[in-house]
Design a protein around this ligand. Structure first.
Ligand code: CP
Ligand code: NVA
Length: 308
């Protein structure tokens, strides 16, 4: 069973093959209307369940469109509408869904929910974001960087802000794809030490730098994300904003990075909080390419999981 649960659970060569395949698939249908089928329809006859226990725009739409372009069918399920939200166990849900569908994509809160789904499902399971990681996003980000700047190997990526779920997958990607990674943010919001240690073991430089201006020196890519994630309590909002304000990505910070440094944000953004509109809409921002590449990267991830 080939699940896609995390960047650090998928071998580097397979991650590379997924990105290369995503690129080829994107090129192959360039300029075609979005509702047309891919030539080879690799998911013909496949049924895919998309389960959301949290809100989503990009993940929901890109998975749905991606399956349809590949000739498969989708079923969108919201956690609260399922018996899952009313006491049925994850294990039973996994075994039941496996009798109806060929692939499950799940966005949930606790990572254990996703892992239990994968353990009991007889079909592949894809992580569409948990409180802890967001691997599909980072596959799209790596693809986007390489589209604009060539191989990411050996480059320097700087994450400014909260060491959250998206940041965790970026740290994992540093080890897998061989790029250097600097986190800049308050110590209390550092990415998990285990993820940092794992990336360092893979031979890349990973640093934690409290001064955002020092952090971005020599950066090829600067990344921001919301200061309050979906799983964070609203009561922590003011504290987080106070802690994170010095790490806003604005023009002054981007000017301290390499002159051709790209800017990324997985979106949704809170404009003029974690990043200014000037940066988000500026010449080095690739945020909408990133959003588009969710579609292409996930199509390649689904093919990898299904072996088609
Ligand atoms: N970046 C991302 O996963 O966006 P959604 O929450 O809209 O899916
Ligand atoms: N860190 C954000 C990412 C949203 C795509 C969250 O978890 O809310």
């Amino acid at each position: 069973m080939t699940h896609f649960l995390d960047i650090n659970k998928t071998p580097a060569a397979e991650l590379r093959a997924i990105i290369d395949n995503a690129r080829a698939m994107k090129d192959a249908r360039a300029g075609r209307p979005k509702g047309t089928l891919d030539d080879d329809c690799p998911l013909a006859g496949h049924m895919v369940a998309l389960i959301f226990e949290k809100p989503s725009t990009r993940t929901r739409v890109s998975f749905d469109v991606g399956v349809r372009q590949m000739g498969g069918q989708t079923m969108l399920l919201s956690g609260t509408d399922m018996q899952l939200g009313h006491g049925e166990t994850i294990a039973d849900t996994a075994r039941v869904l496996s009798r109806y569908v060929d692939l499950i994509m799940m966005r949930t809160f606790e990572e254990d929910t996703l892992l239990e789904m994968a353990e009991y499902a007889d079909v592949p399971v894809i992580n569409g974001l948990t409180n802890r990681t967001h691997p599909c996003q980072i596959m799209a980000d790596v693809m986007t960087f390489e589209e604009h700047r060539g191989p990411i190997k050996g480059k320097k990526v700087v994450w400014a802000g909260d060491g959250n779920n998206v940041c965790a997958s970026m740290v994992q990607a540093a080890g897998r794809f061989g790029f250097d990674f600097t986190f800049t943010g308050p110590q209390i919001l550092d990415p998990e030490a285990g993820f940092v240690g794992e990336a360092r073991k893979a031979g890349v430089n990973v640093s934690l730098e409290r001064d955002p201006f020092k952090a971005v020196e020599g950066a090829d890519l600067v990344v921001a994300d919301t200061w309050v994630s979906m799983h964070d309590s609203q009561s922590s909002r003011e504290r987080r904003h106070n802690q994170l304000r010095p790490y806003q990505v604005n023009s002054a910070l981007m000017e301290a990075a390499n002159s051709d440094a790209l800017f990324m944000h997985c979106l949704p953004a809170h404009r003029d909080e974690e990043a200014t509109s000037e940066v988000m809409d500026g010449p080095n921002s690739v945020i909408f390419d990133e959003a588009e590449n969710r579609l292409h990267a996930q199509k390649a991830i689904m093919r990898y999981c299904l072996g088609v």
